[in-house]
Design a binder for this molecule. Sequence first.
Ligand SMILES: Cc1ncc(COP(=O)(O)O)c(C=O)c1O
Length: 384
Amino acid sequence: MLQLQSKLPSQGVTIFSVMTELAHRLNALNLSQGFPDFPAPPALLEALSQATLSGYNQYPSGDGVLTLRQQLATQFLTRDQLQLDPVTEITITPGATIAIFCAIQACIHAGDEVIIFDPSYDSYAPAVQLAGGTSVHIHLDAPSFQVNWQKVKDSINANTRMIIVNTPHNPTGAIWSEQDWRQLIELIQDKNIVVLSDEVYEHLIFDGQKHHSALQFPELRERSFVIGSFGKTYHVTGWKTGYCVASPQLMRLFRQIYQFANFCGTTPCQIALANYMQQHPEHIQELPSFYQAKRDLFNAQIQNSRFDFIPSQGTYFQNLDYSAIRPDLNDIEMCQFLAEQHKIVAIPISVFYRQAPESLRLIRFCFAKTDQTLQRAGEILVQC
Ligand SMILES: Cc1ncc(COP(=O)(O)O)c(C=O)c1O
């Protein structure tokens, strides 16, 4: 007689699986899940096959292949003039999600509170719950989805142990300004609060704006975990390779958990990424204009539609407001309507909230797609 209780009883199947299944079943254009439908750079694929043929097929160091950690340190040095020790301050992980999970398990104990800004990436709150903590959800202010700092101040108390930041932000494309970081520093600098900064879209930032990493602020260096994803940056989400950067003290806590969560990542992917990064430093410089052109192509077509939008500032997502089309439908119903009637699949924004505002009429489209896919999407959406 098994009598097991779910540890996450309110969690169903994620909306990403639901929508991807819907796209397959209806043979619809899939702009829901966040991944490219174009190939990775040929030189990177070549580097992967070279790595496997050269025998890099056994476990790597638990902290990650050292050359990849060194490449990452070089990237941070070039971009932010930031000196990182690849041995004590960088761990390569099988994707960003496990790094987020381990950072939360490393710091959160029963009774601790974690501030999460909604809409938020769906893995944060369950990870807090599994650690025994409580997530405190603060709504970002629509339509620009900026942080309301008074609400943050009012939410901080003696139990607050972590604040989760995500910039550039999935699903809204909003980014944190330097001023946002300064506000955060002011609120937490004399408190026992760590920052988990999810920066997986760090290189996807548009209109000449600059990404501000938590690591750039000396006041945050000792209290921040910064999480990144090679999958997003190098068009290989299926390689599930990411990283965590933290001070040696925080990294020790992180590795205590990570060694039992996964122990290590995938050797040939790490070798291939290290070689590609060394040989193609221009890749990350070209990314903003590469994705900005895709955003602009998508948005230029929507200009002539009944959807309303604020251009995304970062990530590869564009949100569209459909109030002028079907205000009677909530966003889940709208996504179903679009899939069934127009054969195009998006993601409802309400699923990124613990409790979404009733008035929300926003859906998310991923523009990490070929120009052909984006043109087809535009043709469909102007008909709606
Ligand atoms: C905000 C955010 N964080 C983390 C991840 C997970 O990245 P990875 O695929 O490297 O686990 C994603 C992926 O969609 C994301 O959007």
